[in-house]
Design a protein around this ligand. Structure first.
Ligand SMILES: Cc1cc2nc3c(=O)[nH]c(=O)nc-3n(C[C@H](O)[C@H](O)[C@H](O)COP(=O)(O)OP(=O)(O)OC[C@H]3O[C@@H](n4cnc5c(N)ncnc54)[C@H](O)[C@@H]3O)c2cc1C
Length: 164
């Protein structure tokens, strides 16, 4: 979501939404201010909330994210029906552009990344990584004990060791 102005602390890359964390409802906003120099926030959501909103229209999801931000920062939102209304203290700057990415239905992704469910042993990742008869080998972040859920976690460990 790109806004007219940066209204969050510019020295912060990640903003947590403590109200939403329990259900995965916009639990995390990532600021691209320091990396892109633009007032852009990525709104992340997951868990049951992601499953429940598979068919929710995009505009509704954006409104949901804006409500979470306005509550987090104690800012009022502009009434979209009042054209020409601009800034002001206590008001959230207008949203300029947005796009919604649905990782679960993206043909190149089909999901996000693995997780170890509560009660499951962390070593399960190591089990997934075990080769079969030293002929079939497995890679991917799900097999990484040290760096799961990351890009570097997708590389097989010997490959990383060689590069280092
Ligand atoms: C929103 C988001 C933000 C992220 N941010 C970061 C970040 O900032 N830093 C970071 O390090 N990591 C980040 N990650 C995690 C990182 O993208 C993943 O950990 C990494 O891509 C995993 O790589 P992989 O090769 O294991 O799996 P993937 O990249 O998921 O590759 C698996 C491939 O298999 C294909 N596939 C699935 N099923 C089949 C099938 N039956 N037949 C054929 N092909 C199939 C999929 O289409 C996919 O192309 C992020 C992930 C998401 C979703």
């Amino acid at each position: 979501m790109e806004f007219e102005e940066c209204f969050w602390p510019k020295d912060r890359d990640i903003i947590g939404n403590l109200d939403g964390g329990k259900n995965g409802e916009f639990e995390l906003f990532v600021s691209l201010w320091r990396t892109e120099g633009k007032p852009i926030l990525q709104a992340h959501y997951g868990a049951q909330f992601a499953m429940n909103t598979k068919d929710t229209p995009e505009q509704e999801l954006v409104d949901w994210a804006l409500r979470a931000l306005s509550s987090t920062f104690g800012l009022q939102r502009h009434d979209p029906s009042k054209k020409g209304e601009v800034g002001g203290s206590g008001m959230m700057p207008n949203l300029v552009k947005w796009s919604v990415k649905r990782w679960d239905s993206d043909e190149f992704t089909f999901g996000a990344y693995s997780h170890v469910p509560p009660g499951c042993d962390w070593s399960a990742r190591g089990e997934l990584a075990k080769p079969i008869d030293n002929l079939v080998f497995f890679a991917g972040e799900a097999t990484s004990v040290d760096y799961p859920s990351t890009v570097h976690g997708k590389y097989p460990f010997p490959f990383l060791r060689r590069r280092n």
